[in-house]
Design a protein around this ligand. Structure first.
Ligand code: ZN
Ligand code: ZN
Length: 144
């Protein structure tokens, strides 16, 4: 059964897991590969993707695995809808998110675009912005 492995060039996911005290398991590898393939994925979407390779995985396994992967810095989550958190791989360039409320399209935006806002919040409010967790809701051009 073909399934893609995390890219060899990625920050070494094996090292990251081991350093966090976690074993390398096929499930963890499958879930990480699914997030990397899907780009932005909820646990449900990850489950649908990994099910094609392994029926032994259920939703609570996916939730737990995503938590493990996030705790060792391999994936991040953001809240792109009222539904479950959405995960993306840290191998994607650092970005924040634009989400269209109508078509639910997600666009990844370079943090430089929000650099002046981040600098302002840091300077005026002594607040360090976590841009990777930032989501801006609105409407895309096609939907307006
Ligand atoms: Zn993202
Ligand atoms: Zn739209």
């Amino acid at each position: 059964m073909p399934h893609s492995h995390p890219h060899e060039s990625d920050p070494d996911w094996r090292t990251a897991l081991r350093a966090g005290g976690f074993r390398l398991t096929p499930q963890r590898e499958l879930v990480l590969a699914a997030v990397q393939e899907l780009g932005h994925a909820t646990p449900d979407e990850v489950l649908a993707q990994v099910r094609s390779a392994s029926m032994a995985i259920n939703l609570s396994t996916v939730y737990r695995t995503l938590e493990v992967l996030e705790s060792v810095g391999l994936v991040r989550h953001a809240h792109l809808s009222d539904r479950a958190s959405t995960y993306h791989s840290v191998t994607e360039r650092e970005h924040f998110h634009l989400v269209c409320r109508k078509c639910e399209r997600v666009e990844s935006v370079d943090p430089m675009v929000a650099a002046s806002l981040a600098a302002l919040l840091e300077g005026e409010h002594n607040f360090a912005v976590d841009l990777g967790h930032l989501v801006v809701f609105g409407q895309c051009l096609e939907c307006t």
